[in-house]
Design a protein around this ligand. Structure first.
Ligand SMILES: [Zn+2]
Length: 443
């Protein structure tokens, strides 16, 4: 099972100075920055997915600057992502349209033939057909029952585009593997879409629209699709947000999936921000310690304007929190000392009150419990990756993109290792499970 990382320019500055809290003045974004596979010294994924909508153009505003988008088209995906070294030659580069970027439009802004040309010219290894997201979902519907007029229109657009995309890819002798995207409003309609895609000639399908679905609903869709297509048809899940749940999906024989989830959770999740391998085959999570910049944080600035805090006072609390965390890391302060200084600063952030007035608040008590677990366990000392070795406690401090994305990249590496251990477990079990799977497929 391949873990494909969906990139949106997720690089960090290797020369970032944690003590001074800044990059060198002469830093050139992108050129001086390091992608996860550069800062880690190896690729913490089996491939990268780039969405056309993230690259952007005159129609869809992407994340790339105009000159980055131009260069991507000029030098191709592999060179742009700096995956053009021999040690990265085995990595896949998937492309999709980024249907979420134009979900509100009546039709996708790209044609099947221009996407086939884009993937081919930028030398992607895999390219997804032009899909249109369907937002409705009803797990109880079978066959083509139900579905709003809008959902049905999007279903037809997605399949018409897939048909044109397949023919175009063959007409231009494309070197990439075409994937037909499945969109539907129910397990039944998705199974029907999958069946039609296989009839067009596709042997690799990508399931779209899975982002908002819960794991049990995704499984119903996979079950229905698996029943409708030959067991040799490969399946990819686009935007698999339930990545940590992947072990429970193994019976659906997923060939690949893409996600950003381990990276994003480093700074978007309320408590599970730092991953470590757990006992057995699980993962363990730790809460990162929030020490935002006093002069930049909107909530703290509001407290200053309201007169609850003076700006200098907040800067003093911030410095004390950071200082005691570093002292703790070097053995010069206890867990409780570091925790106290962090909580005094957190009170301004969480309760917008001085610590003395709210030290017993439920929110602060909950935070104290999570932070104490993180500090007591010192997870960054238990990881041997290049990031944790170099950044030490800064990797667990929730503060600015250079720390937060480093933590996310560390998570990618732990996650990649997690997937490999799960695959290994399955490989050991495989001799007895294959005949069962074959029986199930033939029924
Ligand atoms: Zn690490």
């Amino acid at each position: 099972m391949k873990f494909i990382f969906a990139d949106s320019l997720d690089y960090v500055d290797p020369a970032f100075d944690f003590l001074a809290d800044r990059s060198p003045a002469e830093r050139q974004p992108y050129w001086d920055d390091a992608y996860p596979h550069e800062i880690m010294g190896y690729a913490p994924y089996d491939g990268v997915l780039v969405s056309r909508g993230i690259v952007g153009d005159h129609r869809v505003k992407g994340k790339y600057t105009a000159s980055q988008a131009r260069r991507f088209g000029l030098v191709g995906a592999r060179k742009f992502l700096r995956l053009d070294k021999p040690q990265f030659a085995h990595l896949d580069i998937f492309g999709d349209c980024g249907a979420f970027t134009y979900a509100g439009e009546e039709k996708p802004p790209y044609t099947a033939s221009e996407m086939a040309e884009f993937y081919d010219e930028c030398r992607f290894t895999h390219g997804c057909s032009v899909d249109h997201i369907i937002f409705d979902f009803d797990a109880r519907l079978t066959g083509l029952d139900g579905g709003t007029q809008d959902a049905k229109a999007r279903f037809d657009i997605t399949l018409e585009n897939a048909d044109a995309f397949w023919r175009e890819a063959h007409a231009i002798g494309a070197a990439f593997t075409p994937l037909g995207v499945v969109q539907g409003w129910s397990p039944g309609s998705m199974a029907e879409a999958a069946r039609r895609l296989v009839a067009m000639g596709y042997d690799y399908l990508a399931l779209g629209g899975m982002v908002p679905l819960k794991s049990p609903d995704i499984k119903l869709c996979l079950e229905a699709i698996r029943d409708a297509v030959p067991w040799t048809t490969k399946l990819h899940i686009l935007g698999f947000a339930k990545a940590d749940d992947i072990d429970s999906f193994h019976s659906y024989d997923i060939a690949s999936f893409d996600t950003t989830s381990p990276l994003i959770r480093a700074f978007k999740d309320a408590k599970q921000n730092y991953y470590l391998p757990g006992d057995g085959l699980g993962l363990r999570y730790f809460t990162s310690i929030r020490v935002p910049q006093a002069i930049e944080n909107p909530k703290l600035q509001r407290a200053v304007r309201r007169g609850t805090f003076r700006a200098e006072e907040l800067v003093r609390l911030e410095t004390a929190a950071l200082g005691s965390l570093r002292a703790f890391d070097q053995g010069g302060a206890s867990v409780e000392d570091a925790l106290h200084n962090v909580l005094v600063y957190s009170a301004a952030l969480v309760e917008e009150k001085p610590y003395a007035d709210c030290s017993d608040s439920p929110a602060l008590r909950k935070l104290a419990e999570r932070y104490r677990a993180t500090l007591t366990e010192r997870p960054w000392k238990q990881c041997g990756c290049a990031i944790c070795n170099a950044a030490s406690i800064d990797v667990i401090i929730f503060r600015g993109s250079n720390r937060n994305k480093r933590r996310g990249i560390h998570n990618l590496a732990v996650y990649k290792n997690h997937i490999e251990r799960l695959d290994l477990k399955r490989a050991v079990k495989r001799p007895s499970s294959i005949p069962l799977d074959l029986c199930a497929a033939e029924q």
